[in-house]
Design a binder for this molecule. Structure first.
Ligand code: DGY
Length: 335
């Protein structure tokens, strides 16, 4: 029987969220079951908490599969992920059961594009290496003609893999820096769409993946992870890149064959990489990438600005409220 009183509705929140979203859920007087630990729940722990819930507010680290949906049972109406990616949710099973899946859509686009650009600056201009040199007392002679020589950003060619919202936001930044822009996508973006996205399309050119590899000085990966993009970047791609070029990944680790990347970095097939994401997260302390100098490594923080995380928290909460009230048109749902 449908529950009419919101205080009888159970919402599982798999990790603590900021007050921006929590206060909204509290106002609805749901029964909140919250994992207060920073550590993501193990699958077993998750399955123990999920029984009979009406909604799950989850994160990228939660594997919401058939088993979890089975244990949750028929009350479950919405899985609201605090993320834009949703590859951790079994969409086929969710659709079968008519469970809605909410996500954070394009709210994090600009913040993630900022970080991608920051990574490009860091790896090209050796910003992290320079910081380390100063801190470790290795800066010996003041200004030096050959100290920390890097690679320009302006005037260089940027290859964007995936010209969706984040790719476009990176392209607008790159235009401001006077870069030449190439992109690859499922299909070329029409000129009118580029105009709508405020891009000066005259210097943005479509390339297939191989040509993009050959011509770019910097390659930024910002496509989503799916069957076609899994290990899209492998030996074949890397060996076609310029020896002086850099790879930047702010999308998903599994788009890159990490073994192939490590060997390309070791044997200087490419000049370096700046990564926010990895095949398995977190990477181990003894991962080969950690010992390399020609890499910049971040802990998956593409969307991690206070404003954006507050908006994500709010949206993840609102998606639950809208669906539990039956106001589907107000929720941001995966089609
Ligand atoms: C997402 O939302 O998909 C990001 O990777 C997390 O910030």
């Amino acid at each position: 029987m449908a529950k009419t009183n919101s205080s009888s509705l159970k919402v599982l929140i798999t990790r603590p969220i900021s007050d921006a979203g929590l206060s909204i859920l509290n106002k609805e007087r749901y029964q909140l079951i919250t994992n207060l630990s920073e550590r993501p729940l193990r699958h077993k722990e998750l399955s123990r908490k999920v029984k009979d819930v009406d909604a799950i507010l989850c994160f990228l680290n939660d594997n919401i599969d058939k088993e979890i949906m089975d244990i949750a049972g028929p009350n479950l109406k919405i899985i609201s992920t605090f993320s834009t990616g949703y590859e951790h949710i079994d969409m086929i099973e969710a659709r079968k059961r008519n469970i809605r899946v909410g996500y954070t859509g394009s709210i994090l686009t600009e913040t993630t594009a900022d970080l991608a650009f920051g990574l490009m600056l860091c790896i090209g201009r050796r910003i992290v290496e320079g910081d380390k040199l100063v801190r470790e007392g290795e800066w010996k002679y003041g200004w030096s003609p050959d100290l920390m020589i890097g690679t320009d950003i302006h005037g260089k060619t940027l290859g964007i893999i995936g010209m969706g919202k984040i790719g476009t936001a990176i392209a607008t930044r790159a235009q401001g820096f006077g870069m030449k822009i190439l992109y690859t996508n499922r299909k070329p973006v029409t000129k009118s769409k580029m105009k709508n996205r405020r891009l000066n399309f005259e210097n943005i050119k479509y390339r297939d993946l191989n040509d993009l590899a050959k011509e770019s000085d910097y390659v930024i990966i910002c496509c989503s992870l799916n069957r076609e993009s899994y290990h899209l970047i492998d030996n074949n791609f890397l060996s076609q890149m310029k020896k002086s070029a850099f790879l930047i990944n702010i999308a998903r680790g599994k788009i890159v064959n990490q073994k192939d990347l490590i060997s390309a970095l070791r044997s200087k097939v490419i000049a370096g990489a700046a990564l926010d994401v990895y095949e398995d997260e977190p990477i181990e302390k003894n991962n080969k990438l950690v010992g390399m100098e020609n890499v910049v490594l971040l802990p998956h923080i593409g969307s991690a600005s206070q404003d954006t995380r507050n908006k994500m928290s709010e949206l993840a909460a609102l998606n639950i409220i809208h669906v539990l009230r039956g106001q589907y048109e107000n929720a941001l749902l995966i089609e």
